[in-house]
Write a protein that binds this ligand. Sequence first.
Ligand SMILES: C[S@@+](CC[C@H](N)C(=O)[O-])C[C@H]1O[C@@H](n2cnc3c(N)ncnc32)[C@H](O)[C@@H]1O
Length: 213
Amino acid sequence: MALWVQYGLMGVYEKHILPRILHLVMRSRDLARLRAELVPQARGRVLEVGLGSGLNLPFYGAGVDAVTGLDASPELLSIAEKNNVGTSFNLDFVARGAEDIPFDDKSFDTVLTTWTMCSIGDVGAALKEMRRVLKPGGELLFIEHGRSPDPKVQAWQDRLDGLWGRCAGGCHLNRDIDGLVREAGFDLHQLETGHLVQGPRMLTYSYLGRAGR
Ligand SMILES: C[S@@+](CC[C@H](N)C(=O)[O-])C[C@H]1O[C@@H](n2cnc3c(N)ncnc32)[C@H](O)[C@@H]1O
């Protein structure tokens, strides 16, 4: 197949098909259980990095004044906008990559990410940006999937990483999430790891945590 046809098809897949698949897959009850555990801990002015189709929005509690949803995919943000049935807090959307967050230093009380650090191109730069915009005393809250400590699972994660990424919007199977969070200068306040959701072991090793700057 000619190269330009292949690129054209990939573009259609990434722009029109993948956002709908992600919206459906990310709605699972299993993931909702973890959202219900993490998201209500958000406080004050919140930056959600990788808002996606907005599936965390119903879980924000009364302590939240405003949420800014940043995502590299305008298509997913428009699904979030369409599905939003109203929130008790101010909500706005920013279509932009997290490697260059367009906000002042120390401007958010909470930065939240769920199943997003796997897909960000330069996740180290994005985490430094998240730390920069977090106020002193504020927290980064996250649930992510990543590298398993089991050598057999790790081997499969490494083997299938490139192929998986091409099908799943650049998602990496094998990122060492707490290592990346620490490397960006955060102090971990809490970390729970393990197969916290059901599914293939390669995809379900999870990191649920809270970190300060
Ligand atoms: C698996 S989805 C998770 C969406 C949402 N956080 C959820 O829990 O349903 C990964 C998200 O990361 C977003 N993403 C990928 N690269 C990004 C980047 N560089 N900056 C910001 N968001 C990015 C994708 O557009 C997508 O919305």
